[in-house]
Design a protein around this ligand. Structure first.
Ligand code: NDP
Ligand code: HSE
Length: 436
């Protein structure tokens, strides 16, 4: 059969990985796909580097528009990133009847609705396995493998950079900035690393998973996003002493009155498998009503792991390109006319447990005041740790773990605790999930 022709937009970390793996495993991939998959054109701003990577075997251009408008190209692979030029190129490719593969979670989490609608109209596929958890086939698992289930919740370590930073800080006592630079050198971090450390990248991915899991539109603007920049080394230490690890989790949960969609540092019991996912590795726990909990683990970033997902999409499209569009797997798992408008809950309405670190003057009655405030708010205490003041100091830390409560109640109680005379500064608050 004649080869399917691919145009690659952007040959940076993931683009180069895709080119290399596709060339190395060409024969194996052909046997799986049923026909050869060939990258015939590459666009990159740095054409000299692109020519070096491709070894003069393909046409290299500096204007990606040439590829998305080229009549010979069947599939466009967008690996530029961001939602500027990438959005325009993807929309043009779709308008020209080309299938699209992208690793660009930022683009899909913010403009997914528009992109999927356009693709539906033009009867082309938009595939994005690489956009969530890099090499882990989590999109396929959610969209196909778990299709019998009513998904109840998803909790994932879905940003390699922040997991790498938290692991290195905890294990080696390294500084935040040093570890971030190393993550950038290794190609894990986004072009703008703020996306990683402020939780935005994880929220893009959690948003995509929430849409596929619950059959709701892609709504990044409704996600709660909190990164790791406010985390203190003391909290990582105290969490350990209480038997917990702190991870940046992306959570999507079906609640009684809506969907919780949130990214924030989270205490997880240290004996959970997911708590032991270290370095740049990713892991996603999915709980379905029939299957129970399932865990997916692997490399969430890097050239070849991400290429693995990009190429899996290329093979899927190659196999399905000739299928009637009505019989393809829907982009967001549910048929477009069967999506629901279940709301994403405001953060005040979510329910979780809390770790609280309270800095207090070492005075009689402080503990009683704090516990009374929590009792009045109907927040029950699960565990408590009281530290002696360090030598020469008059203040000490009290650490409290609560049982589940509503965020709004926790916020009110924290404000009341902060108003106590014996309490100094702000109460450090980190959410806690047992993931049982
Ligand atoms: P890179 O920055 O390494 O690569 C992007 C490439 O696109 C660069 O070579 C860049 O050229 C080129 N480029 C920029 N603008 C244009 C343009 N207008 N026309 C043609 N080429 C252009 O990014 P990554 O490979 O790391 O990421 C690509 C995508 O994959 C992003 O959406 C990212 O979020 C996603 N992703 C990345 C992962 C990773 O591990 N890195 C993992 C999963 C997803 P130049 O350098 O000259 O500007
Ligand atoms: N910056 C991302 C990460 C790349 O660190 O996980 C993979 O999406």
């Amino acid at each position: 059969m004649k080869p399917i022709k691919v145009g690659l937009l952007g040959i940076g970390t993931v683009g180069a990985g895709t080119f290399t793996v596709l060339a190395r495993n060409a024969e194996e991939i052909r046997r799986r796909a049923g026909r050869p998959i060939e990258i015939t054109m590459v666009a990159d701003l740095d054409t000299a580097r692109a020519k070096q990577i491709t070894g003069g075997k393909v046409e290299v251009v500096d204007d990606a528009n040439i590829i998305v408008n080229h009549p010979d190209i069947d599939i466009v692979v967008e690996l530029i990133g961001g939602y500027g030029i990438a959005r325009q190129l993807v929309m043009t490719a779709i308008a020209n009847g080309k299938h699209v593969v992208t690793a660009n979670k930022a683009l899909l989490a913010t403009h997914g609705t528009e992109i999927f609608r356009a693709a539906q109209e033009k009867r082309v596929m938009v595939a994005f396995e690489a956009a969530v958890a890099g090499g882990i086939p989590i999109i396929k698992a959610l969209r196909e493998g778990l299709t019998a289930n009513r998904i109840q919740w998803i909790a994932g370590i879905i940003n390699g950079t922040t997991n790498f930073i938290l692991s290195e800080m905890r294990d080696k006592g390294l500084d935040f900035d040093v570890v971030l630079k190393e993550a950038q050198r290794l190609g894990y971090a986004e072009a703008d690393p703020t996306f990683d450390i402020e939780g935005i990248d994880a929220a893009h991915k959690a948003t995509l998973m929430s849409a596929i899991a619950f059959g709701i539109p892609v709504q990044f603007d409704k996600a709660y996003v909190e990164g790791i920049t406010g985390l203190q080394a003391a909290d990582i230490r105290y969490a350990e002493q209480l038997g917990y690890r702190i991870k940046l989790l992306g959570i999507a949960r079906r609640a009684a009155n809506g969907i919780e969609l949130r990214v924030h540092p989270t205490l997880i019991p240290a004996n959970r498998l997911i708590a032991n996912v270290e370095g740049a590795m990713n892991a996603v726990l999915v709980h379905g009503d029939a299957v129970g909990a399932t865990l997916y683990y692997g490399k969430g970033a890097g050239a070849e792991p991400t290429a693995s997902a990009v190429i899996a999409d290329l093979v899927d499209i190659t196999r399905l390109a000739t299928a009637d569009p009505e019989h393809r797997v829907p982009y967001l798992a549910f048929q477009p006319d069967a999506m629901t408008d279940t709301p994403i809950l405001p953060m005040d309405e979510i329910t979780t447990s809390y770790y609280l670190r309270i800095r207090v003057a070492d005075k009689l009655g402080v503990m009683a005041d704090i516990t009374r405030i929590l009792a009045d708010a109907a927040i029950s205490i699960d565990a408590m740790l009281q530290k002696e003041p360090a030598a020469g100091e008059t203040e000490a830390d009290i650490i409290i773990l609560t049982h589940k409560t509503q965020e709004k109640k926790a916020k009110q109680a924290i404000a009341a605790i902060e108003a106590l005379e014996a309490v100094s500064g702000q109460v450090a608050r980190i959410r806690l999930e047992s993931l049982g």
